[in-house]
Design a protein around this ligand. Structure first.
Ligand SMILES: *Cc1c(COP(=O)(O)O)cnc(C)c1O
Length: 398
């Protein structure tokens, strides 16, 4: 957590609304993911927050990337330009998955050059890929239960497990290489059984593919969904990781490459939003604060992501349940109807929300003439390692 005095200082310096990204926290969450799931390569789902500085920090930490459009692909591509060209070519293979099961012909045409890994889940898509991106490698997106996820994703994408091997063989007949499977258990999945069921369904498809003569399955993409501790009801990540590791080892041979596409888990805790009170009224006995950021902007996750955010004051005072509204004229622009806040806050004072890094700034609009919050990056460079004793001694001698 960034110290409150630092947040206030940044708000004073840069103005509000301000979206503060802590790169130490990005590195910490990536390291946590890798430590708990050592067999899994993390492909950061760029849609959670496509800020190039975030992509760069995660890349330097070792992450790969999941993109779903050509603009997202280019954001990632442009942030590895400092690598020598040879390395960049190899990079495409193990550093990017284009994980949108439905791809426009224009996107496929551009993608083919990079020989990317792409997902698919139906026959029409096979025909499109065959025609416009025949050099792509494929992963079949499987439909899996999304029970109890905050954001459900299974009604829009995914082949039924019973159709999976037919779709793998159809792609092979079209001359395409199916390398494995992908799935998504739903975003912010606090029901860990979803992962266990999905892994078992995937193992069933691997087995059936082999039985029907297809032996090129060597990749399993376990998607996103890893939950963030927005509240105490979310069990710790290491509990989930323990179950996933046990199932992976039980169900999949050592040479099957395992990837995941964490979005929320890597960025949610890394950003804090700072807003300013621009209006105040008492309506039916309740204090209402109007702030300069709302659901069309940084708090868009309230609508699109079904996420709740709390607002906190920078100082104490006698509290009551208050409403907090965004700046636009739309009655939908409500951040909260029930925040426990001091009632004596004045115009110009600031409030902040933590854990707002995912699906927030990413879906901000300019509705009603209000621009998105400005972004401040802190701790962008990794902390300097203390020089080793030998080096220090050498310096002393020198
Ligand atoms: C959105 C999305 C993700 C990221 O999901 P999180 O729940 O944020 O981890 C990963 N993969 C795909 C295909 C997605 O659509």
């Amino acid at each position: 957590m960034i110290p409150l005095s630092r947040l206030q200082g940044l708000a004073k310096e840069r103005g509000t609304p301000l979206f503060v990204v802590d790169h130490d926290e990005l590195r910490r969450s990536y390291a946590e993911f890798k430590k708990r799931l050592p067999r899994v390569q993390a492909y950061y789902a760029v849609k959670a927050n496509p800020d190039p500085a975030i992509v760069k920090t995660l890349y330097e930490a070792g992450a790969s990337f999941d993109v779903a459009s050509m603009p997202e692909f280019m954001i990632v591509h442009e942030n590895i330009q400092h690598l020598p060209p040879k390395e960049r070519q190899d990079w495409i293979w193990d550093k990017i998955i284009y994980a949108n099961p439905i791809k426009a012909v224009e996107a496929l045409t551009q993608l083919d050059y990079y020989k990317p890994l792409v997902t698919y889940d139906n026959l029409e898509e096979i025909r499109k890929i065959q025609k416009y991106a025949p050099h792509a490698g494929l992963a079949l997106r499987l439909k899996v239960p999304n029970t109890g996820a905050m954001v459900e994703l299974s009604s829009k994408f995914g082949a039924a497990p019973g159709d999976a091997v037919d779709l793998i063989l159809a792609a092979e007949e079209a001359g395409l290489a199916v390398e494995g499977l992908s799935f998504h258990v739903g975003s912010q999945t606090s029901n860990f059984e979803n992962y266990v069921q999905a892994l078992n369904l995937a193992a069933g498809v691997f087995k059936e593919a082999k039985e029907r003569g297809y032996s090129k399955m060597n990749l399993l993409d376990i998607g996103g969904g890893f939950p963030v501790p927005y509240d105490e009801s979310v069990k710790p990540f290491h509990v989930l990781a323990g179950r996933i590791n046990a199932e992976l080892d039980r169900l999949f041979a050592k040479d099957v490459q395992i990837l995941a596409e964490p979005g929320r888990f890597l960025v949610a805790t890394a950003a804090t939003s700072v807003v300013k009170i621009i209006g105040k009224a008492v309506r039916e006995g309740k204090t209402c604060y109007y702030v300069n950021d709302g659901v069309y902007h940084t708090y868009s996750g309230i609508i699109f992501d079904h996420c709740k955010y709390h607002l906190k004051p920078f100082r104490k005072g006698p509290t009551q349940i208050c409403s907090v509204f965004g700046p636009t004229c739309d009655a939908l622009d409500v951040i909260s109807m029930a925040e426990d806040l001091p009632t004596d806050l004045e115009l110009g004072e600031l409030l902040y929300s933590e854990q707002i890094g995912a699906y927030s700034h990413a879906s901000s609009t300019t509705f009603n003439g209000f621009p998105p919050a400005k972004v401040a990056h802190v701790n962008q460079r990794p902390p300097e390692r203390a020089p080793s004793r030998r080096r220090r001694e050498a310096e002393l001698v020198g």
